[in-house]
Design a binder for this molecule. Sequence first.
Ligand code: 5AD
Ligand code: SF4
Length: 459
Amino acid sequence: MKKIHIRSFGCQMNKLDTALVSSALKDAGFSLTNGAKEADVVLINTCSVREHAEQRVLSHLGHLKHIKENKPDMVVGVIGCMAQRLGAQLLEHNAVDIVCGPNQIPQIGELVTEVLQEKKKRLAVTEKIRTASPDSEALEEFESAYGIADKAIPSQVFVRAMRGCNKFCTYCIVPYVRGPEVSRPPEAIIEQIKKLADNGVKLVTLLGQAVNLYQYKAGDKTYCLADLLYLASQVKGIEWIRFLTSYPQEEFYDEILSAMAELPKVCNYLHMPAQSGSDKILKAMNRNYTAGQYLAMLDRARAIVPGIAIAGDFMVGFPGETEEDFDATVELVKEARYKNCFVFKYSPRPGTRADKRMEDDISLEVKRTRNIELLAVQEKISGELSKEFLNKEVKVLVEGLSKKPHLDCAGGRNLPQLVGRTAEDWIVVFNGQEDLAGEFAKVKITRTSPLTLFGELAS
Ligand code: 5AD
Ligand code: SF4
């Protein structure tokens, strides 16, 4: 039995693809291994969203080239966004035998088998990525067949609601590597969720680049995300439902939030990136809303769903971002009162409009300073919000051992440190039996930090 090692970089979409590929390969008779050194095949699922993500992959490939010097028969495959972006160029790398884009993952088993047998390099990417995808049917079949088995975290899985993206934010590579927006049929999604529930899954997270714009026409009816939430809520066994990521747009917005308010299983959590607080920069990013409109949407979310936790993404150092523009971003973050937000330094991506038409004119030093400043503003807010949980009891879905469970074994060897999340996505750390992983638990919060709540099992 050949051994495969898969390493994954990038977003939740990539994690989901990695899970699908792992199940498909297991099904095809391969065994999975944690180390690259003992593997016959190493697959790297890659991300292109920032240059840094690609550099990490390239340095990993350098390392694999080294291993291959003593193990010339080892097969190395690059899958995912970087495979689609670089294609044949990546195949020229000494270490690489397979390059397989995100739309070609249904072929991965075949590609690996062929390369193991024939020792010839293989390329599988979409030539014209923006034309309607001929791979759609194969992807749908692949997704239904393998979207059930692999649970990296017990009791929870990602389920794709839509592929691709049509938003064309000027900085973003996604539309060029994942292709046009395609919403999956609601019955396929619900069927998948039912099977997952039968397999013990309690939390599903519906995924899409702009998942709130999910739209599927079937006869006279057009299904939107709110419809999906209603349908998913009816599935017995599923207890929590989340969705990621939302694009700030009015269409369907109130409907989705009303569904959240109405349906107890839908978690009160919204991840809706603003990217900037400057109207000038938002326009240059092709984001189609102003800071004022965005904040009004957050107000409405809080009115419709009291207690909703909101998370955001921001980019600093976009071309032309002045101190005033950055100040506007700081102001927006202060007003938005996010639970948490992610801050990224702008990184020009080849082929995007920002890269072609705008100069990357903000120095790395300024980007770094702004990144640190914005995170500090958010940290203060997160710290204030997390303090409100002190002495309260929260319900969490336990994920498993915390990253460093040995550091705080207050409860002794049998009660290691565990980590779980609340419905609103707050991270909670506490001591408990390892077999609580995948179960719900009640935790009384005794200490807080900006991003983490600490507590004790309540029952
Ligand atoms: N440079 C830096 N950050 C980016 N993101 C997307 N494209 C880029 C880029 N070119 C960020 C956005 C997005 C998150 C997933 O990554 O903030 O929301
Ligand atoms: Fe995910 Fe985008 Fe990175 Fe691809 S490029 S892995 S879609 S974040």
